[in-house]
Write a protein that binds this ligand. Structure first.
Ligand code: F6P
Length: 339
């Protein structure tokens, strides 16, 4: 194998740079040249690339974002775009394309595979962790850390005022960041798309929960972690509805894109490094149309289409801890109050 290409696509995730670095260093070890396409699939369509070397990946491991830049490329869904991309890859004599991104980027890679007869290896890079076949995705651990430290700060002011806060976290249509951040911050409640898919019921749950908690504890701080896209209008709208229902001020906090930034934590750097190196070796072994991932500390190859075929499940024991074992409204005291 003489030349491979790598690109980052979709929402950037902390650890993407560590992954690019691992690809370049591993390829260099095997004397393979690496072309880095810029701006995701857009760069592939416009032949916007740079030749990567050990020097071009020096000191990027600790940086968030992606030195190759990223983009969401709607045009790539068309047949014409995939054909153009295939021609561009062939023009540069690329033998394997490595795509670091989330499920949208993986679908793009699958689409390309219908028009390009060389190898495609996908690497899971998204804060959402919503990719089947790998325990975690690159960027997920850093995003939880960021959400967690923000919720800890919200808790300080919430405690001082004995206030209710609704904190919105990212995850697109998945509750991985929400659940992990809620459990590790000791949030009073969490609203997740996997559990609360009916907004009317979600509101009833939240109101009942706050009322019971206040009966037991009196007026204390109260934090609800809310997954984005769950409530129409987000936590700002939900806080208004809730304020009217319980006649107490509720404050919304949207963590937003801060969750995508920052220096990757150790777990993300290690995962990114392993997957980047392994992807190059997988390409050398002739593998294609797979995602490389990690399950139970073992590197695995997952057929690309399986990565989005089923919804990835939340950790059921974490759900039990948050919604049953540690939930004050499920306590003996709450049961006695209800009798
Ligand atoms: O997929 C990563 C992600 O940050 C999601 O959590 C979020 O819903 C989305 O991207 C935001 O996308 P954009 O940056 O295009 O607004």
């Amino acid at each position: 194998m003489k030349r491979i290409a790598v690109l980052t696509s979709g929402g950037d995730a902390p650890g993407m740079n560590a992954c690019i670095r691992a690809v370049v260093l591993t390829a260099e070890h095997y004397n393979i040249e690496v072309i880095g396409y810029r701006h995701g699939y857009n760069g592939l369509l416009n032949q916007e690339y740079k030749v990567m070397s050990r020097d071009s990946v020096g000191n990027i491991m600790q940086a968030g974002g992606t030195v190759l830049r990223s983009a969401r490329c709607l045009e790539f869904k068309t047949e014409a775009a995939a054909i153009k991309a295939a021609q561009n890859l062939d023009e540069l004599e690329i033998e394997a394309l490595l795509v670091i991104g989330g499920d949208g980027s993986f679908k793009g890679a699958d689409h390309l595979s219908k028009f390009w007869d060389k190898q495609i290896i996908a690497l899971p890079g998204t804060i959402d962790n919503d990719i089947n076949g790998t325990d975690a995705t690159i960027g997920y651990f850093t995003a939880i850390e960021t959400a967690l430290s923000s919720i800890d700060k919200v808790r300080d002011t919430a405690d001082a005022f004995e206030r209710i806060f609704l904190v919105e976290v990212m995850g697109r249509h998945a509750g991985f960041i929400g659940l992990s951040a809620a459990v590790s911050s000791g949030a009073d409640q969490v609203l997740l798309p996997e559990i609360h898919n009916d907004s009317v019921k979600a509101l009833q749950t939240i109101v009942g929960h706050i009322e019971t908690a206040r009966k037991i504890r009196g007026n204390t701080s109260y934090i609800v972690v809310v997954a984005e896209n769950l409530w129409p209008g987000g936590v700002t709208a939900l806080a208004q509805v809730l304020t009217e229902r319980i006649k107490t001020d509720c404050r919304p906090v949207i963590l937003g894109h801060v969750q995508r930034g920052g220096s990757p934590v150790t777990q993300d750097r290690l995962l990114a490094t392993k997957l980047g190196a392994y992807a190059v070796e997988a390409a050398m072994a002739g593998k294609t149309n797979i995602m490389v991932g990690e399950r139970n500390y073992k590197l695995v190859d997952v057929p690309l289409t399986e990565t989005w075929a089923n919804r990835k499940e939340l950790d059921p024991y974490l759900v039990k801890i948050q919604t049953e074992l540690f939930d004050i409204t499920q306590s003996q005291l709450a049961k006695q109050l209800a009798d």
